[in-house]
Structures are given as structure tokens and as C-alpha cells.
Design a binder for this molecule. Structure first.
Ligand SMILES: [Zn+2]
Length: 405
């Protein structure tokens, strides 16, 4: 059977490791996760790797290096968990394809001169606990022990869940890798967007993982009776808010690599016959270019204050979250673009608008990512789909890349 069909078959099998219901629901440190790890361990062994579970619950397959760079390790990885009622590709496909790429790269030409590991991280989606990326953060040394006290909706702490799964919460700090020992990291992931489908290409090279910031904009006006307060002189807090939401889209549309969204909005007092007094809404900005994100933010801050003043409203903007963009390694990108051109005739590069395990690994070593075409651009739903043919291309490209390292 060819590699693409094997990948499809494996993903269909492991999709059964799920809570009942539509699509795949596989949360970290559960029975479904345990069953999934049995499948993944089989894939790793098939590729000639020895298998172990680390203290943070990451399943690790490893081939020792047989040469000059034997003390250094190249890591391929992705996450095993899903969102609720998600698809059968997001995350787990990256683990399956990594095992097959290692098998294809080294089965015939012998062992690599550096060590190779495939990692299946426990949690990237952050569905069960209000935190994520425990595995890669442990390796990068950015793990925060406070998260171990976080609890799921059943009141089980992350610490207890991990311990019950066979992890060792008390020794997570010892997982931190020495950057000198790690060559780099490659992650393969379903695109979760429409670009590759539009380009009519199976696989694309990721340029950078977008930086993200979230702001809360609050506008204070003055309420009053909708029927008795004259229109002239009203201080309706929703009016500047509406202008800011429209400007967010208008301005972002002028920029190539920027996404901006107002995704939540609350209105007080929130009644049909009362003028809005306080309106609070979110402004999320993403870009692979931190400077572009900063200048967009400045424009929006100036605009917001201007339209707030015009309406006689007071306005505050608070940044509630920020993570910088992470560039993919230019050297690895070139290798991947060459491997893409050789395998599928041409290559296309695109940024990632979503965060991945690779964002945490970027704090440890150079990172690289490949996206695989996604039908209809949809992800995190049961309809999520990548074809056998496309996965076969991704395996071949990653295998070429590994041999070129
Ligand atoms: Zn994912």
C-alpha cells in the first residue's frame, strides 16, 4: 500500500479513539488519549523507533544517530488532542505523517547521523484545561508550574490527570532540553484555511506563525429613555463602537498579511428602549509581522479616540493578551521549498494565522512547518478533510527534507 493510503487508514483507525458523538473528541490524559497512544506507539515502532512517555505526557519515538552529529536531535511533532466534535486531521495528522516521513527517509538509506524523534504532544487545543502546550513548553523550559493546579470541569487537577496517565508532574522541569543538543523542529499540520486549495497545491511551506494581540475596548456614554431623549446631544456608546468595528475591517482589508476581528460585544443596560451607556468589545489582531500589527493598533487607537470624542464618550483600550510572531527558520524554509518544488512541481509559502506546538518549540530551536491542503478551508469540524494523495506528497517532502539536513 502506498504511503498516502496508509496515512488515511491510520487516521481513520485512530479517529475511533474518541468520546461518542459527531467527529473526534479526544482530550488529554483520558482513556481515549491512552488508546490513541497505543496506535501511535505502533506507528513509531514500525518506523524503527524506540518509544517512551515523558514526564509531561508526550509520547516520544526515537532513532539514535549514527555519526558525527549523534549527540544532536532533530524533532518532528504535533498534538494528539482535538477540539470537541473536531476533525480527524488537526494535530494527529502531523504525528502520523512524521512517523511515515522518518520511515521513508531512513528505511532504505540507513540511519541518520543525528538522532531523530517524533513527538505526540498531549494538549495543544486547551479544551480540557484552560492552558495548553504542556509538552513543548516543558522541552523549551517555558513551562509554568502554576498550570498544574488548574482544574477541568470535573474538578480534576492537571497534576492528578497527568499523574494518573503515567506522567511525572514533579519532574517536568528536568525535561528542559539544551538548545545545543537540538538541531531543529518540523511540524506538519492541516492548513485550516483556503490558500492551498486556491493555489491548487497539496503542500505549502509556512513562513511564520502570526503574532496575536487581544484588546478590550470599553466605551462609556450616557443612557436615557429611547423615546424621550432627543437625538441631538445623545452620547450613545454603541455608535462609536459600530464605527470602530467597521474601521477594523476597512483598514485590515488594505493590508496583505493582517487579520483583525471584533469577536465579542456587550451592551449595557442592553434594553430595546434604552440608549446604550457602556459598550465593551474585543479587538483581536494577528500578523506574521509584529511591526505591521503595532502600526495597525496605533491607527485603531487614534481612530477609536477620535470617534469616541465626536460622540462625547469616554473610551479605554486595554491589551489583555500578546504573543509575538515566530519566524520559521530561513535555512529550513529553503530546504522545504526545494523539496516542495521537486515533489509537486512548484512551491508556495504562506504564514500561519493559528498558533501551533511549533510556537512553543521556537523558544528552543529553529522551527519549520508544512501545511497540507484542507478541503473547503474548514477545520475543527467533523467535515475536516485532507486527501491520501496530498498526505503522500507531504510525507515525501518531509522525507526529502530530513535527508537534506
Ligand atoms: Zn492543531
Amino acid at each position: 500500500m502506498d504511503a498516502g493510503l496508509i496515512a488515511s487508514k491510520r487516521l481513520e483507525e485512530i479517529a475511533k479513539c474518541s468520546l461518542p458523538g459527531d467527529g473526534v473528541t479526544r482530550l488529554p490524559f483520558t482513556d481515549e488519549h491512552k488508546q490513541a497512544n497505543t496506535h501511535i506507539a505502533g506507528w513509531m515502532k514500525q518506523a524503527g523507533m524506540t518509544v517512551r512517555l515523558d514526564a509531561a505526557g508526550t509520547l516520544i519515538g526515537r532513532i539514535e544517530g549514527q555519526g558525527a552529529r549523534a549527540s544532536r536531535t532533530f524533532i518532528l511533532g504535533s498534538h494528539q488532542d482535538s477540539v470537541r466534535n473536531g476533525g480527524m486531521f488537526d494535530g494527529i495528522m502531523g504525528v502520523a505523517l512524521a512517523c511515515q516521513a522518518v520511515e521513508q527517509a531512513f528505511a532504505e538509506k540507513g540511519e541518520p547521523d543525528f538522532a531523530v524523534e517524533v513527538h505526540a504532544y498531549a494538549d495543544e487545543e486547551g479544551v480540557r484545561f484552560p492552558t495548553a502546550l504542556l509538552g513543548p513548553r516543558s522541552l523549551a523550559g517555558s513551562f509554568d508550574a502554576h498550570v498544574l493546579k488548574m482544574r477541568d470541569t470535573e474538578n480534576v487537577s492537571l497534576e492528578d490527570a497527568l499523574e494518573g496517565f503515567g506522567g511525572k508532574p514533579e519532574t517536568i522541569h528536568s525535561l528542559k532540553r539544551n538548545p545545543d543538543d537540538v538541531l531543529g523542529y518540523l511540524e506538519m499540520h492541516i492548513e485550516q484555511g483556503p490558500v492551498l486549495e486556491q493555489e491548487n497545491l497539496a503542500v505549502g511551506t509556512v513562513t511564520a506563525i502570526c503574532g496575536i494581540e487581544r484588546n478590550t475596548i470599553t466605551i462609556h456614554g450616557k443612557t436615557g429613555h429611547a423615546g424621550t431623549v432627543p437625538m441631538q446631544g445623545r452620547r450613545d456608546a454603541l455608535v462609536p463602537a459600530a464605527r470602530i468595528v467597521a474601521e477594523t475591517q476597512d483598514q485590515a482589508r488594505k493590508l496583505e498579511n493582517l487579520r483583525a476581528t471584533c469577536g465579542t460585544l456587550s451592551i449595557l443596560p442592553g434594553a430595546v428602549n434604552q440608549i446604550p451607556e457602556t459598550v465593551s468589545f474585543s479587538l483581536e489582531i494577528r500578523s506574521p509581522d509584529d511591526a505591521a500589527r503595532d502600526s495597525f493598533r496605533s491607527h485603531m487607537v487614534d481612530y477609536a479616540h477620535r470617534v469616541g470624542e465626536e460622540q462625547g464618550c469616554r473610551l479605554t483600550i486595554e491589551k489583555t493578551y500578546e504573543q509575538p510572531a515566530q519566524d520559521c527558520d530561513p535555512h529550513y524554509r529553503r530546504f522545504l521549498e526545494d523539496a516542495c518544488s521537486m515533489t509537486q512541481g512548484r512551491s508556495v509559502s504562506l504564514p500561519s494565522g493559528a498558533t501551533h506546538d511549533a510556537s512553543a518549540m521556537a523558544e528552543l530551536c529553529p522551527i519549520a512547518m508544512l501545511f497540507v491542503r484542507c478541503r473547503g478551508g474548514v477545520s475543527h469540524v467533523p467535515e475536516e478533510f485532507a486527501s491520501s494523495e496530498d498526505m503522500e506528497q507531504a510525507i515525501a517532502i518531509a522525507a526529502r527534507f530530513l535527508r537534506a539536513l
